[in-house]
Design a protein around this ligand. Structure first.
Ligand SMILES: [Zn+2]
Length: 344
C-alpha cells in the first residue's frame, strides 16, 4: 500500500517562509532543512489576538532570517503567544528558545521530550563521545566510520542554539483551547519518547508531527542513550491510539504534504515494519550485526548523517525481534553484537 492511495488536498506546498491557509485560521508554513529531507512543515494557528505556533524549525541562519521576515511582515501586530513543540528533534524544537526570547511566547512540551532535549543540549565531553562511538562499534561499524559519527562534538546544541529556559507541560489527553476550538493532545511513542500530536474534532484536523507521515516511515531508532531499548514496540503500540480518530481527519504532518486517509496510512506503516521484520528474521539464519542488518533493510549507501539513523533503525528491528523471542543476541571476540534466528 503506497502513499498513492492517500488523498492530498493541496497540489503545492507553500514556498519557504510563506503561509498557506489549510483550514479556517490554520496556516501551513514550510522551513528549509540542510539534509536529504530538505524541509519541515510548521503550523501557525490564529489564536484570538495572537498566534499559536506548532514546532519551530532548525536553528540555522537561513531559518532565522525567514522567521525575522515573518515576524516583521505577515505576523506583525499579532503577537506569538505559544509555541507547542511536538518532540525533541532539532528541526522541531530548534528555534523554540530563540523565538520565545524574541517574542515572549511560552514553550509547551511534554515532560519526556523536554527532559531529553535538555539532557542532549547540556551534555558533552569525552565520556559521552566514547559511549556513542562504542555503540556504533558494537553494532558493527568500523573504527573510522564510528569515529566520524562522533567527530562533530555536540551537534544537537549547534542545531538548537538557544534552549527554552522554561516550559509548560503537555500530557496525553490534555485539552488546549486555540481560537475557541478545543485541541486534544494525543501522545505517540517510539519515534521519540513522548511525542505530542494535536487533534481538533471541530476542525477535523490532526497535527501529527513525525508520528504519522504520508510518504516516509518515521525513523524508529535505538541510540547510545538507551542502548537496550525496543522503540519499535512503543511505536507500533502507540499507533493504536490514532485509530480512535476518525478516518475523515485531515492530517497535517511535519514532512511531506497534507493528506486524508489516516487509517490507510496507519495500516501501511504497520505493514511496512512487518515486512521488514520478516525479511530481517529470514536473514538472521546467519547472525547479523546492526550494520549487516542495515544492508538487508536498505538497498543504498548512506552519508554520515543518514547512517546514524539507518543503523539505529536496523538495531531497533533487531531488538524488536529479540523482544518477541525470535532471535538471540551473541557477542564475538571483537565485542560486535549479532542476532541469530531461533526459528528453524
Ligand atoms: Zn522527529
Amino acid at each position: 500500500m503506497s502513499a498513492d492511495a492517500l488523498y492530498f488536498p493541496f497540489s503545492e506546498p507553500p514556498a519557504p517562509g510563506e503561509l498557506l491557509e489549510v483550514a479556517p485560521g490554520v496556516h501551513w508554513l514550510r522551513m528549509p532543512l540542510p539534509f536529504a529531507l530538505d524541509h519541515i512543515n510548521l503550523w501557525l494557528l490564529e489564536d484570538g489576538e495572537g498566534w499559536t505556533l506548532v514546532d519551530s524549525g532548525i536553528g540555522t541562519d537561513q531559518v532565522k532570517s525567514l522567521w525575522k521576515a515573518l515576524l516583521d511582515g505577515p505576523l506583525a501586530g499579532r503577537p506569538l503567544r505559544r509555541i507547542l513543540v511536538t518532540h525533541f528533534h532539532p528541526d522541531h524544537v530548534g528555534l523554540a528558545g530563540w523565538l520565545s526570547r524574541l517574542t515572549g511566547a511560552d514553550v509547551w512540551m511534554s515532560e519526556g521530550e523536554y527532559a531529553l532535549a535538555q539532557w542532549l543540549h547540556g551534555t558533552s565531553g569525552e565520556a559521552r563521545s566514547e559511549r556513542q562511538r562504542a555503540f556504533f562499534s558494537r553494532h558493527g561499524l568500523d573504527a573510522e566510520a564510528a569515529a566520524k559519527q562522533v567527530s562533530g562534538g555536540n551537534v544537537y546544541r549547534a542545531r538548537v542554539p538557544e534552549f527554552p529556559d522554561h516550559y509548560l507541560k503537555l500530557s496525553d489527553g490534555d485539552a488546549l483551547t486555540i481560537n475557541g476550538h478545543r485541541w486534544r493532545v494525543v501522545v505517540g511513542r517510539g519515534h521519540s519518547p513522548e511525542h505530542a500530536c494535536f487533534y481538533c474534532e471541530e476542525l477535523d484536523l490532526l497535527i501529527a508531527g513525525d508520528q504519522v507521515l504520508p510518504s516516509i516511515s518515521p525513523n524508529i531508532s535505538v541510540t547510545f542513550l538507551n542502548a537496550d531499548a525496543d522503540p519499535l514496540s512503543d511505536y507500533l503500540d502507540s499507533l493504536q491510539a490514532f485509530y480512535t480518530l476518525p478516518n475523515s481527519v485531515r492530517v497535517l504532518p511535519a514532512h511531506g504534504r497534507v493528506f486524508h486517509g489516516l487509517h490507510l496510512r496507519l495500516a501501511a506503516l504497520k505493514a511496512h515494519h512487518d515486512e521488514r521484520l520478516q525479511r530481517l528474521l529470514a536473514a538472521c539464519k546467519e547472525p547479523k550485526s546492526g550494520v549487516e542488518a542495515m544492508k538487508v533493510l536498505f538497498d543504498r549507501r548512506f552519508g554520515t548523517h543518514e547512517l546514524f539513523f539507518a543503523i539505529g533503525e536496523s538495531v531497533a528491528h533487531l531488538h524488536h525481534l529479540r523482544e518477541k523471542g525470535l532471535v538471540t543476541r551473541q557477542e564475538d571476540a571483537e565485542g560486535v553484537t549479532r542476532f541469530l534466528s531461533n526459528v528453524s
